[in-house]
Design a protein around this ligand. Structure first.
Ligand code: FAD
Ligand code: SIN
Length: 535
């Protein structure tokens, strides 16, 4: 089947849904999403959205905090863009029905998180993402111009290399949509669009321990890389300092807002330790806190540290953090009475598909927003709660740019071939997929984690090359499934992270290597850029 639409949006988190709602004012929109419509990183966001609302705060202060966290690599123009548009985009979400927590005087209740010198986190108690997702999905449902396809996985972006012979490929690449697998029918269709907006989120699943849900397999980065787009700063993977340490908890996040509310990090012996590492103590930027916890755990041999909020009243704790309180109670941890056992876990990809201030990628007709991108906002380390902000602002920008792109052109779609799966067969070897996935996750956790070294990165690179080769061979012979698509993408993204980490021979922000423990501004005050050269 081949489906024609004005705009194709891949992903139904905050970036994809926000873009779809705006694009629908100008044309037809198809949103494809690989699981149920609400399954996204967005849905799990706790702390909130950073934006300047307090009278004592200012755009310049938010910008300064973001630049400081980013350790010299933020693009100031991109930072300024999200900070200055922030309040307007937050008000739009509010008017769509997101019930942001308000004070008695009707103003937004503003939380505080690591690296922020001011209270500026707009939130819905401790389940902001769920409410944002619900409000956006409700707006999408009532919009006749948007069709949402659940359980549809984008496999490849359609570009010149699907259409022309290698000898005839032009210098400039264009995207005409994507090949998409309908999981329930096993059919692969062409979703053809005048403009495509990539909003596929992050890649936390590349690591053994992650706060991210299963959808976060880096598909957008892998698809774009294979299509020839430029990819940036993949070495900067953010580890959230505090995920719940419990054998059954699956890295459940304990929001940084708990520290913003007065929570202190302590050792098993009850000693507060963050004062030794940073003047902002437990509210230092995430890279500092995650490394400090890693170092304390290595020193003591303990499997976790603790986050203590018991000095606050039980009423206050339950009212501010109902979701965290209930979840911890499920594991028989009463956070009003005892410190919470926590460990760092992979949380956020600061790198991704490079976009400019208009949300354009290096491929014509392909725009991107949200965690899949590298906009220049986060540099070497993202400031807490700047991610939902970046996603909603750049979704707005992407929709404006995509509309301009579509309205300024005539579209003659070339003859786009059907997906060719001749020569493939249904394999019984599905155990290979889960095994390879575990191997990649363990490799990344053990060799490409919070503290790195050249030796470990080189070993990781040679192993991932082998694993990728095996996966590619399997992929070429086998009928495509969702699991196989994700495995192939995870392997690609793992390799991009390792290669980028090897290229950065210094320590900066989230990238720390024992071989080059200092910052080297002379040689490395720039983004790490990768591009496939054989497309
Ligand atoms: P997502 O919300 O992840 O959406 C991606 C979408 O793409 C999903 O619908 C997915 O199914 C779909 N998709 C992926 N691949 C494909 C494919 N091949 N085909 C079709 N569909 C595909 N940030 C903050 O700023 N504040 C917070 O408080 C905060 N808390 C967080 C808490 C947790 C536990 C986590 C995991 C993250 C948190 N973050 C927070 C980060 C933030 O939630 C994400 O960066 C942000 O939601 C990303 O939005 P997105 O729209 O780019 O991607
Ligand atoms: C949190 O609530 O700690 C997550 C905030 C973020 O990732 O920005």
């Amino acid at each position: 089947m081949s489906l024609h639409t004005d705009y194709l949006v891949i992903g139904s988190g905050i970036a994809g849904l926000s873009a779809a709602i705006k694009l629908a004012q100008k044309g037809t929109v198809a949103v494809v999403t690989k699981k149920q419509k609400n399954e996204s990183n967005t849905n799990y966001a706790q702390g909130g959205i950073a934006a300047v609302f307090d009278e004592g705060d200012s755009f310049d202060r938010h910008i300064q905090d973001t630049l400081q966290a980013g350790a010299g690599l933020c693009h100031e123009d991109a930072v300024r863009l999200i900070v200055e548009q922030g309040p307007e985009r937050v008000r739009e979400l509010f008017s769509l029905g997101v019930p942001f927590t308000q004070k008695e005087n009707g103003r937004f209740d503003l939380g505080r998180e690591g690296g922020h010198h001011h209270h500026r986190i707009v939130h819905v108690k401790d389940h902001t993402g769920r409410d944002v997702e619900q409000a956006l999905l409700a707006a999408v449902k009532s919009n006749a111009n948007i069709t949402l396809y659940e359980h549809h996985v984008a496999i490849e972006l359609i570009t010149e290399h699907h259409i022309f012979s290698p000898q005839l490929q032009p210098m400039e690449l264009h995207c005409w949509g994507a090949y998409v697998l309908a999981v329930q029918t096993n059919q692969i269709d062409r979703f053809l669009a005048k403009a495509t907006i990539l909003a596929t989120g992050g890649c936390g699943q590349v690591y053994q321990h992650t706060t991210n849900p299963a959808i976060a397999t880096g598909d957008g980065v892998a698809l774009s890389y294979r299509a020839g787009a430029t990819i940036g700063n993949m070495e900067f993977m953010q580890f959230h300092p505090t995920s719940l340490y419990h054998p059954e908890a699956n890295s459940f996040l304990i929001s940084e807002a708990v520290r913003g509310f007065g929570g202190r990090l302590i050792t098993k012996a009850g000693e507060s330790f963050m004062e030794k590492y940073h003047p902002m103590a437990s509210l230092a930027p995430r890279d500092v806190v995650a490394r400090a916890i890693d170092s304390e755990m290595k020193k003591s041999g303990d499997p976790c540290v603790y986050l203590d909020i018991t000095h606050k009243s039980a009423e206050e704790i339950k009212s501010h953090f109902p979701h965290i309180y209930e979840n911890c109670m499920n594991y028989k941890i009463d956070i009003t009475q005892e410190p919470i056992p926590v460990v760092p876990a992979a949380h956020y990809a600061c790198g991704g598909v490079i976009t400019d201030l208009q949300a354009r990628t290096s491929i014509g007709g392909l725009f991107a927003a949200g965690e899949v991108t590298c906009t220049g906002v986060h540099g070497a380390n993202r400031l807490a709660s700047n991610s939902l902000l970046e996603a909603v602002v750049f979704a707005h920008v992407a929709s404006e740019t995509a509309v301009g792109y579509v309205e300024s052109r005539r579209f003659d779609f070339p003859d786009i071939p059907r997906w060719d799966d001749s020569g493939t067969f249904n394999s019984e070897e599905w155990v290979l997929i889960s095994h390879d996935q575990m191997e990649i996750k363990n490799l990344m956790w053990d060799y490409v984690g919070i503290v790195r070294s050249t030796l470990r990165l080189e070993r990781a690179l040679s192993r991932i090359r082998l694993i990728r080769q095996e996966i590619e061979n399997f992929y070429r012979r086998t009928k495509i499934t969702e699991g196989l698509i994700e495995l192939r993408n995870l392997a690609t993204v793992a390799q991009l992270i390792i290669q980028s980490a090897l290229m950065r021979k210094e320590s900066r922000g989230l990238h720390y290597t024992t071989d080059y423990p200092k910052k080297d501004d002379e040689n490395f005050l720039h983004d790490t850029v990768l591009q496939r050269i054989d497309v």
